[in-house]
Design a protein around this ligand. Structure first.
Ligand SMILES: C[S@@+](CC[C@H](N)C(=O)[O-])C[C@H]1O[C@@H](n2cnc3c(N)ncnc32)[C@H](O)[C@@H]1O
Length: 218
């Protein structure tokens, strides 16, 4: 069991390691700190999801799917948070976190390298794939992931599309989450609010931590 007051130190270690591997120095460490807290909390609550979905019988490949890898910092933090927080993390030999990026940024090669090293360093199971996020999402079976983190394209239609395609892929009581619920990225909050207004029956709860939003699938 990890206690909350151990988290700053763990977070620091990962971030220092990440920067040492050539990851970008975070521009907003306070927010990244929140991110780690947040994923840790989600990881803990995932125990509940696993428990209720009879984790031991599960045959799905991924627990977490991330759209938009960037340089991999969120992938690494999420995977570490889930690993630390989840005593039921059952499939040691499976890829627990799938992260997809279209590779249009110059950082893609670096991300691949850092993720590979992070898997080794922290015993994580992150699989990094290059491709279009919506196409990859479509290829996943319905009810097949425990948490979806969407952080690729932030346009209004892209966010709506990610939710329309992504929510059916998530298990009952699973989490749908994303970044940049922020007036500076106005299309994100607008899209989230419109989507919720239309699809309220699918949402069993939702919240914000700074600019990070989350929903529980009903
Ligand atoms: C905001 S960055 C992701 C940051 C990362 N999640 C983090 O917090 O460390 C957005 C990423 O999404 C990728 N992206 C944008 N549109 C995409 C698409 N249609 N399919 C896949 N990746 C896409 C970009 O290449 C970029 O690396």
């Amino acid at each position: 069991m990890i206690y909350l007051d151990e988290m700053p130190e763990r977070f620091d270690k990962i971030l220092h390691w990440y920067c040492g591997q050539g990851g970008t120095t975070p521009t907003a460490p306070a927010e990244l700190f929140q991110l780690y807290h947040w994923f840790f909390a989600i990881g803990m609550s995932m125990q509940h999801v696993y428990y209720h979905s009879k984790a031991k019988d599960r045959s799905r490949d991924y627990s977490v799917v991330e759209l938009g890898t960037g340089l991999g910092v969120s992938s690494i933090l999420m995977a570490k948070g889930f690993k630390d927080g989840n005593e039921y993390c059952p499939q040691k030999n499976k890829c627990l976190l799938l992260t997809v990026d279209n590779g249009n940024e110059s950082s893609t090669q670096k991300a691949a390298q850092i993720i590979k090293l992070a898997n080794r360093q922290f015993g994580l199971s992150i699989k990094f794939q290059i491709g279009n996020d919506m196409e990859r999402l479509k290829s996943l079976p319905d009810w097949s992931v425990d948490a979806l983190f969407t952080d690729a394209n932030h346009g209004y239609a892209d966010v709506i599309n990610a939710l329309d395609l992504g929510v059916p892929k998530v298990v009952m009581r699973g989490r749908i989450m994303g970044h940049d619920y922020d007036p500076v990225e106005l299309s994100v909050p607008l899209a989230i609010e419109d989507w919720k207004a239309k699809n309220g029956q699918l949402v069993g709860g939702w919240g914000l931590i700074n600019s990070l939003w989350w929903m529980i699938k009903r």
